[in-house]
Each structure stands twice: as C-alpha cells, then as structure tokens.
Design a protein around this ligand. Structure first.
Ligand SMILES: [Zn+2]
Length: 229
C-alpha cells in the first residue's frame, strides 16, 4: 500500500485485521497506532496539512456524549482523562506518548486513513507523533497532535516514492473524488484507485491543487510511470 491509495472500509479493516470503530486508536495489536481522519459535514476542516505536505496537525477527540451531560460535547474541553479522573482517554494516551518522546523515547508511529465519503477511505501513510498541545477553538480547549510523515523506505527515494511522501490536503481529495466521479480517469475502473499527481511532485507538480491530482487505477498508474521513467 502507498499513500494516496483508496480503499473500502472492509479493505481497511482487513488490512488492519480488526474492526476499526473509533477515530483514535492507541497502539493497536499491530504495534502502531491508527488515526482515522473524518471530515465533518458543513464544518471547517480541523485537521491541517503543513510543511509542503509532510506535516499533519490532527485534532483530538471530544468527550463522549454521556446521557447525563446537559451540554453538547462540542461545548466541553476535550478531555485528557475519563470521568473517573485517572484513566487516560485516547487524547491523554497520545499526549503521554509525546511526553515520552520529548524525554528521549522513540516517537509513537501512527498510521493514518482519511475518509473521502462514507465507506471510502484514502491511506495517508505512516507518521511520527512529535508534538501535542491544547488550543482554543470556539470557546473551548481542543487537543492538537503534530505528525511528521515517515517513510520506511526513505533510503530508496525514487520519484514515485517522493510523490507518495507528499500529503494531498483533504479538500483537494474531496474535490478530485467528485470531479472524477470516483473512477479512474483513463479506463473508468472503480477498484484499486489512487490519488495520482499529474505532474510528479519531484518535477514541480503541486499536491495543493485539484488541477494536478487525478484518480488513476493501479493498472493505469503503473503504465503511466513506465512511460515517465
Ligand atoms: Zn485505469
């Protein structure tokens, strides 16, 4: 799997070998953590891409919607602890991982998937969790987690992997998916799709505009790269 690959929810669960039910999953059975980036309808994107597609700022998660709560979770500071005041929430676990990292331990590795639409996900790659903080958002405090793209194959930076090391912002992915109608622009296939840079990043192509991104299936992607190289 390469960053930019598109998969169904079932493929995602089969890849991770469990049913992923929540957005933040600290240290799964696979030895790494998993974040799902979900875009809330009619809301500004809280997750941001920075540093030319190499850094991601991920927003923490709200307090669960407890029945005895007389406020919406959106009006309450995102919690570090469960209501018992001792057990860490997922926000708290990742915050602790950052503290450990700053104290000299290895960074937590986080695999990230991003929702394109219900049942359709894009794989964004592996990241290192390097920082966390709280900031004000609409009158309450939210957690922010800073993740830096991390390529296991960084010793082998071909043009193709360099392209895949550049994150395409959520807005651009949404726009491309709609424009290309969820199908390969060359053959119309709806399986094994990938967000492809029309002009490769390494040749000056941008990740930040839908004009330079298209949907290609694995087959057409392969034949395109054969032509370029
Ligand atoms: Zn195709």
């Amino acid at each position: 799997m390469q960053p930019g690959d598109i998969l169904s929810y079932i493929e995602l669960c089969s890849e991770e070998q469990f049913n992923i039910q929540k957005g933040m999953n600290f240290r799964t059975q696979n030895g790494y953590s998993i974040f799902l980036m979900s875009v809330r309808p009619n809301a500004p994107y809280a997750d941001r891409v920075e540093d030319n597609g190499k850094t991601l700022i991920y927003e923490g998660h709200d307090c669960p919607n407890y029945k005895n709560l007389n406020k919406s979770p959106k009006e309450i500071d995102q919690p570090e602890f469960m209501p018992n005041g001792r057990t860490l929430t997922e926000n708290g676990k990742f915050l602790q991982a950052v503290k450990n990292y700053k104290a000299g331990q290895p960074a937590e590795i986080v695999k990230i998937y991003e929702k394109i639409k219900p049942g359709i996900w894009a794989y964004n790659g592996f990241f290192k969790l390097v920082d966390a903080w709280q900031e004000e958002s609409n009158g309450r405090k939210v957690f922010k987690f800073k993740l830096v793209m991390f390529n296991e194959k960084s010793n082998d930076l071909t043009n193709q992997t360099l392209d895949h090391n550049r994150l395409i912002p959520a807005q651009v992915k949404q726009e491309v998916w709609k424009r290309d109608k969820g199908a390969c622009v060359q053959c119309g296939s709806r399986v094994n799709l990938h967000f492809d840079h029309i002009i490769p990043f390494s040749k000056g192509g941008s990740s930040n505009t839908a004009k330079n991104i298209q949907l290609l299936c694995a087959k057409c992607n392969l034949s395109k790269h054969d032509k370029i190289m």
